[in-house]
Design a protein around this ligand. Sequence first.
Ligand code: SF4
Ligand code: SF4
Length: 249
Amino acid sequence: MTPEHSPMLRVALRVLDESVVVESPRPEGPVRMDQALPFFWELDDKAIGVAIRRAESEGKSISCCKGCAACCKAQPVPVTPPEAYSLYLLVESMPPPRRDEIRGRFADRVRRLREAGLDQHFLQRQSDLTKDEARTIAERYFRLGLVCPFLEDDSCGIYEVRPFVCRQYLVTSPAALCVDPFNNPVRPVPMPIAAAGATLQAGEKLTGTFQFTVPLVLALEYAESRRQELEQTFPARPLYQTWLEAVSK
Ligand code: SF4
Ligand code: SF4
């Protein structure tokens, strides 16, 4: 990372056998975690590029393409707290007819999740769930078929600012298998960095509170209920440094 007083933030990371470099103007003053996301997404995208090249060099091909969207129609799509807040702010900034439409879609998904008795599982996350319990909850969620509120004509309506998990979820198995990933042998591309995990770890270190992901459809609820925590600001350097340390592990 660049020295403390440099006007630029520059990070060079070794990912598999490649060097990944991201550079952007250093933010002036303290920043919220969600404001650092564009930098982290760019680094993540470059690391994903390395993972794709690695998979292709092994003779595999990526099945994902524009207009293929089964994964956006039922998966829980776990988002980190700063991503939830950035989605909340994004929806708030939309012109009223569009904002109302998107908020209506969120409300519909939340209502269905509530009716299934699942919303509190995600909003009041227990850290001691076994793997089997977590899988059962994820499968119950999947069976509800909750389409992402941002999906438009089978394409992502927020492509540039989509969460880490949407960027990283790429498969080499046939797209047809994605309609039921619990029972089909779906093969995700192994990712070289755990960007969402690093965001949780950095958030925990910076805020001192337990951080967990929520399904994207609960992002607005989550952001509204933890707004004070999500609006905390931090000096830029320790924030970026903490995230980079977590992602480098
Ligand atoms: S994960 Fe599956 S459904 Fe989603 S874009 Fe890739 S192939 Fe299509
Ligand atoms: S944010 Fe975009 S990529 Fe992610 S689930 Fe929603 S529509 Fe799909």
